[in-house]
Design a binder for this molecule. Structure first.
Ligand code: GDP
Length: 195
């Protein structure tokens, strides 16, 4: 659906390293361990493409992938590390702010939320930053296969309520499981139809 292969392009640690803004771009954000690497790998059908974002030393890179001829997929560093040093967090936040506010080809951010846990305060912070940066974001629930059917609606309601407070939030929530394949085609279609 991305009309071709996805390839790793580069990891960026500063704004001057960004690739040219000549493709439609979407980015993926989420707490560490939310299942972001798994989702990108499942979406692109390439195991091992996105490495676990919690590998030390890679935590502050913004990773760019080319998808087919027309898209960049961007893997933002995972946030919400329990014991990350303050300086590391601040450096990351500064880069993230610059990236989100300055990237003209960025069409949508996908904010990944673990379907078992719902929206946490660090997710709210990212959503607020996206509001301020005027970047439309869409919530993607991950690991749907791990949620009991009886808990699903409760978490969905919590997420909807959180999204309702954010002007930049796109209302449709995408429910996914990288393990089972749920929602992947929906997400591919969303990305492919952004202009
Ligand atoms: P990241 O830190 O956000 O990149 O998270 P990873 O993709 O490395 O996933 C964190 C953990 O969650 C790993 O143990 C994955 O195997 C697991 N995981 C990710 N996606 C799913 C899913 O859809 N279903 C299940 N059951 N486990 C998942």
């Amino acid at each position: 659906l991305f009309a071709g292969e996805t390839e790793f392009l580069k990891g960026v640690v500063a704004m001057d390293g960004l690739p040219p803004d000549d493709r439609i771009e979407v980015c993926f954000a989420g707490r560490s361990n939310v299942g972001k690497s798994s989702l990108i790998n499942a979406l692109t059908g390439r195991k091992g493409l996105a490495r676990a974002s919690n590998t030390p030393g890679r935590t502050q890179e913004i990773n760019f992938f080319t998808a087919g001829e027309e898209h960049y997929l961007v893997d933002l560093p995972g946030y919400g590390f329990a014991n990350a040093p303050v300086a590391v967090v601040q450096k990351w936040q500064a880069l993230l702010k610059q990236y989100l506010s300055g990237r003209t080809n960025l069409r949508r951010a996908f904010v990944l939320i673990d379907h078992r846990h719902g929206v946490k305060s660090v997710d709210e912070e990212i959503m607020t930053l996206l509001d301020k940066s005027a970047v439309t974001f869409q919530c993607v629930l991950t690991k749907a296969d791990k949620v009991k059917a009886t808990d699903r609606e409760k978490v969905l309601a919590q997420v909807r309520k959180a999204l309702s407070k954010h002007p930049a939030a796109f209302p449709e929530i995408v429910v996914t499981s990288s393990e089972k394949g749920d929602g992947l085609e929906t997400l591919r279609t969303i990305i492919a139809t952004l202009v």
